[in-house]
Design a protein around this ligand. Structure first.
Ligand SMILES: [Zn+2]
Length: 414
């Protein structure tokens, strides 16, 4: 097997189309939330396709599906590749699915080829619940040994509902907690994915090599004013909590644009109380989230945004309560994996650029236990988490070929 090796593009595209029928929606997308009937059917489909190709497939205790091409030596380490088969509510047919199908196609291609034996086990995996219906990255965190009983007690989708759906799928909490794998047995992790943005399309480039995945911080900011009559209180004597939010939202955007290139911020929820026509808002609670690929700059953004909130409440004569509700550190992609993806692009004559991922992925969890990397192929119009999500056929084929050559390189040494 050499530089001329290529995956079977027709088979890859046929599988993508076949998988898109599971949970298909009228607008052309898919609806496969984790543990839904469609998600379980997609898992069964993946196992069956692998077994038809002579590969073995297993499910672990959290519901990750692994397809393996073993090395004769049990001492060998594993090169793992893949993504996820679940989708958001009314999502698209490429997010996650492309990475899983590309991983399966790479294992099939290597199995069929006449080549020198590689030095590693190969594994194509579909992680359970990547989209966070029940919790964040449940499948990869279980594998990384980061899942705890709290993830079930305080599941985002409700404990009772989660336990009922796990039971229906033949899964148990004990089994899920026992899904940890020994990091010493894993050599590397690579995830191909659609970009979900428009940088590659705008630059006319087929491949984006991810250098880092953003860190995400989330806060509730509560601006506290005074409830007064909305008609009789003079405008200049009001302590209007919502006015504080409005000033903050406007200035936060300017601050990030001007001082933190590469950073983004979002204010996604405002809850106003008492919330009536004729009372000045006494409290306004704002959901603030911000992201940056660099840990130090994420910290600096945090300080600057919280200082801005303090500055605004001082000017507006308000009080402030700050509650942190999440902090996920940025993940840096491994140099050796970036080089291997780079070399694969070279072999295939595909131009590429380096970029950061502003969406979360299982790769950030895997980066905590092994050398990890990921790459993107273009999303038409940057559209994603939407039934109109589209990645062109040639780009899907490129994804699988880049993965093939990346795996051949990584697995050529023990
Ligand atoms: Zn995804």
């Amino acid at each position: 097997m050499d530089n001329d090796a290529r995956i079977n593009g027709d088979r890859l595209l046929a599988d993508l189309a076949d998988l898109a029928r599971i949970g298909a929606t009228p607008e052309g997308g898919v609806h496969r939330p984790a543990l839904s009937e469609a998600d379980l059917e997609a898992r069964r489909w993946f196992r069956a396709r692998a077994e038809e190709a002579g590969l073995s497939a297993q499910q672990d205790g959290i519901g990750n599906i692994s397809v393996t091409l073993p090395h004769p030596s049990s001492e060998a380490r594993t090169v793992m590749v893949g993504s996820h088969l679940d989708s958001v509510i009314n999502g698209g047919r490429y997010d996650g699915a492309l990475g899983v199908i590309a991983a399966l196609e790479v294992l099939r291609t290597i199995r069929e080829a006449d080549h020198q034996p590689l030095c590693c086990h190969l594994e194509a995996i579909s992680f359970a619940d990547e989209e966070g219906r029940w919790g964040s990255f449940m499948g990869s965190r279980a594998l990384a040994g980061r899942l705890t009983i709290d993830d079930f007690e305080h599941s985002r989708g409700g404990k009772e509902a989660l336990l009922a759906e796990m039971q229906a799928a033949g899964l148990t909490v004990d089994g899920a907690l026992a899904s940890r794998r020994d990091p010493a047995t894993i050599k590397a992790w690579v995830e191909p994915h659609i970009e979900q943005g428009s940088q590659l399309e705008e630059a006319g480039l087929p491949i984006g090599i991810v250098t880092g995945i953003v860190g995400i911080a989330a806060y509730w900011l509560t601006f506290k004013g005074r409830a007064d009559h909305g008609g009789t209180t003079p405008l200049d004597r009001r302590a209007d909590a919502l006015r504080g939010v409005a000033e903050f939202v406007r200035q936060a955007r300017e601050l990030v644009l001007n001082r933190f290139p590469g950073g983004v911020t979002n204010c996604g929820i405002v809850e106003v109380s008492p919330g009536v026509f004729n009372i000045v808002p006494e409290r306004a609670r704002l959901a603030l989230e911000f992201r940056h690929p660099d840990q130090q700059l994420l910290e600096a953004m945090r300080e600057a945004l919280l200082n801005l909130a303090l500055h605004v409440v001082e000017i507006e004569g308000l009080g402030l309560e700050v509650e942190q509700v999440g902090m996920e550190a940025p993940a840096t992609m491994d140099r050796e994996i970036i080089d291997a993806i780079n070399a694969a692009c070279q072999v295939l004559g595909l131009r590429h650029r380096h970029l950061a991922s502003y969406a979360g992925h299982d790769t950030q969890v895997m980066a905590g236990i092994t050398q990890a990397g990921m790459f993107f192929v273009p999303s038409v119009g940057g559209t994603s988490h939407n039934p109109h999500e589209l990645t062109r056929d040639d780009d899907c084929i490129n994804a699988a070929n880049v993965l093939l050559h990346t795996v051949l390189k990584l697995a050529s040494e023990p």
